[in-house]
Each structure stands twice: as C-alpha cells, then as structure tokens.
Design a protein around this ligand. Structure first.
Ligand code: GN1
Ligand code: MG
Length: 356
C-alpha cells in the first residue's frame, strides 16, 4: 500500500462533503486490492476513505454507478444501510490528477461494527448465511442491465484456466519447480471440473466476493448487519456467493494458512451457514440449489488458481507481504478445495434437505 501523510489524506478528503476538520487516518490492511483508511474525529471512527485500484477496476465510473444503484436497494429493517458521501460537486467519487490519476471514495462507517477473518462459532456462520441471503433477495429488485461487469469473466473458469496456462508458459523455471505440487493439483481438478454441466441458472446481481471478512457484525448483538466491499458487485450466479462464503466460513483457518492440518471442513459451520440462508424467505430456484455444492468447490479452486497464476507471473496482481504468499494462499485454498470435493455428496444432501 502506498504511504500517505494525514495532511495529504485530509486534503483529499476535503473534496467530499464532510465537516472541515483535521481528521486522523488509520490504514486497514486486510484487502489485497484497494488502499483503505478508517477516518477518525478524535477517537470516534466516522468514515471509510478508500482509493480504488483502477489497474484492477479499469472502469471506476461504471463501478461507482453499480455501487450507487445497489445501495438504493440495500436497506431494510434487517439490513443496515451504508451511505456514499458525495463529493463537493455531488459526485460519488473524486478523481485526483497528480501524475497518476487516482480515484477516491468516502462511505459512512457503522459504529459498533466488527468483521471476522475466521470463525469457529456456528452463530456467526448462521448470521453470515442470513445476511448473504438477505443481500441477494434485496438485489432481486435490481435490473442486471443497469450494471456493468467491473471485472469481465471474474469467476469464469475457462478464462482463469487460460491465464494459468499462459503463466505456465512464461513462468521462471525455479517458480515452476517450487509450485510443482500445486500445478499438478490444478491440472487434475481442471480436468474433473470440466465435466460439470450446469444449466438454467438465473443471472443475478451478486456480490462476488462474499468472504467472511466482507460481512459486518454488531459487536453488541453479534447480528450480521450488512456486506461491504461492493467493487465486484455485478452479474453472476448465486453459487459464486455461496462458494466464497463457504471457503472462508467452513474452514476455520486463515486463507493463507501454511499448516495444512489446520484446514478443515467443519460440518457444523456448513449446516449453520445453510440454516442462515434458509431463515430467509425462499429465494432460490431448484437449479441454483443444485449448483451450490459445485460453487463450494469452484470458488476455493478459482481463487487458488488465480493466486498460483499470480505467483508464477511474479506477484503483479495481489499485494503480497512476502515473496511466496501467493503460493501459500494457493496451497491452502487447494487443500480446502480437496476437502470440499470429498464433501460434495454431504453438501448435496444438506442443501436439498434445508433449501428445497
Ligand atoms: C481480493 O482485496 P480483496 O480482499 O477485497 C480479490 C477477491 C479475493 C480476495 C482474496 C478484485 O479481494 O476476489 O477473494 O482478494 N478481489 C479482486 O481473499 O481480485
Ligand atoms: Mg474485494
């Protein structure tokens, strides 16, 4: 993440309709793409201030239109609203030209909220399921034609496979050697997954990055409040949101856990998560329910494959804290993919029982 002084950040923030003051800024370093700050007035957190990575999201204007459109629907007695703070001239983002053009946005911060990277608590898993269901229900009002694809083919396995194959061709020999077991696993699963045929899946406006730490919870009541990080909100299928949640909720270890014996598929958490989805009105078609176990295999695999590709390409996409972090992330995601494959029949039974 780039470093900024509080003075520079205050200057940038003054382009938004916030009371003019000397704010304090705390960087939030969990994301791999954008630069994010929590804005404080004294000790009170008030806003999220963020530089959108326009190398990853090349159409920031279209992205912000998506977010603005979606926020209109994302408010309900069971869903906490987040508000975009307007720029001085009424826009939803500020374009800063100083050498390189940067894009900034400001959102209200929900006081008393927290997020978890991992959990072992079925109540958290249940709440996560409930809010992801609510999110998808609220966005049934959205017209997909009003939304752009912020990253085209984001969860397209064929596209990710082609990127992986290109990285294999151009990758350095030492990296190819170090990643040998991951590469072998990728080839095997790609072959296995290419036999899956899904049909009649409705297009929805989905979140597309529903990992556990993109859900805000109330510190006081432990209830899930809302989803954050809507950059990848675009057309998609429900099993994407399902699979991304499963990979981060049902596994109690972090995404780049290096001790693979700690990577688990916790049935209790899986069931609690599905119960949370089912606590909403029925919103899924039979085809969507059928596709869910496949989503729980596809998503960890896709993320692992993307991390592996980035490792072979020399860490050009994700921010990394150390040289082999992408490979560690890949190996751990592949390890969970293997667990999900082993639990496919079990998942099919549970989703049928609870959701159809
Ligand atoms: C990236 O930066 P962050 O954490 O929001 C990635 C997601 C992955 C995630 C890995 C646009 O998201 O797809 O789930 O890293 N986002 C993009 O946890 O590539
Ligand atoms: Mg994200």
């Amino acid at each position: 993440m780039k470093t900024y002084t509080d003075k520079a950040l205050n200057q940038l923030l003054s382009n938004f309709r916030v009371p003019s003051k000397d704010y304090l800024f705390k960087p939030l370093t969990d994301g791999f793409i954008n630069d994010t700050f929590l804005v404080f007035d004294g000790s009170k957190p008030l806003y999220i201030f963020q530089r959108v990575n326009h190398k990853v999201f090349t159409n920031v204007e279209g992205l912000m239109n998506n977010v603005r459109n979606a926020f209109q629907h994302l408010t309900d007695e069971d869903y906490r609203e987040i508000v975009l703070v307007k720029t001085q001239d009424g826009g939803s983002f500020y374009k800063h030209k100083n050498g390189e053009t940067c894009y900034w946005r400001t959102m209200t911060y929900i006081n008393g909220s927290t997020a978890y990277n991992t959990t072992t608590d079925p109540k958290v898993a249940f709440e996560a399921g409930k809010i992801i269901g609510k999110f998808n229900i609220l966005l049934q009002q959205a017209n997909p034609d009003d939304y752009i694809d912020t990253i085209p083919k984001f969860h397209d396995l064929g596209y990710r496979k082609a990127q992986f194959q290109a990285a294999l061709k151009s990758g350095e020999k030492t990296k190819l050697d170090t990643a040998q077991s991951a590469i072998t696993f990728a080839h095997r699963v790609l072959k296995e997954l290419s036999n899956e045929a899904l049909s009649n899946l409705p297009i929805r406006i989905c979140h597309n990055d529903t990992k556990l730490n993109n859900i805000l919870f109330s510190k006081k009541t432990q209830k899930a409040l809302c989803l954050i990080d809507l950059d990848t909100l675009m057309r998609g299928h429900f099993h994407y949101d399902f699979g991304d949640a499963v990979r981060t909720i049902v596994n109690t270890a972090p995404e780049d856990e290096q001790e693979h014996e700690k990577i688990t598929f916790e049935k209790k958490l899986f069931e609690a998560f599905v119960d949370g989805l089912a606590a909403n009105e029925n919103f899924l078609s039979n085809e969507e329910v059928k596709a869910m176990p496949w989503g729980a295999i596809l998503m960890p695999f896709l993320h692992g494959l993307r991390a592996l590709t980035d490792y072979l390409n020399g860490n050009v996409y994700y921010k990394v804290a150390y040289e082999n972090q992408n490979l560690d992330r890949c190996l751990s995601l592949f390890s969970f993919t293997q667990k999900a494959l082993e639990n496919k029949a079990y998942m099919e039974e549970i989703v049928q029982e609870k959701l159809s």
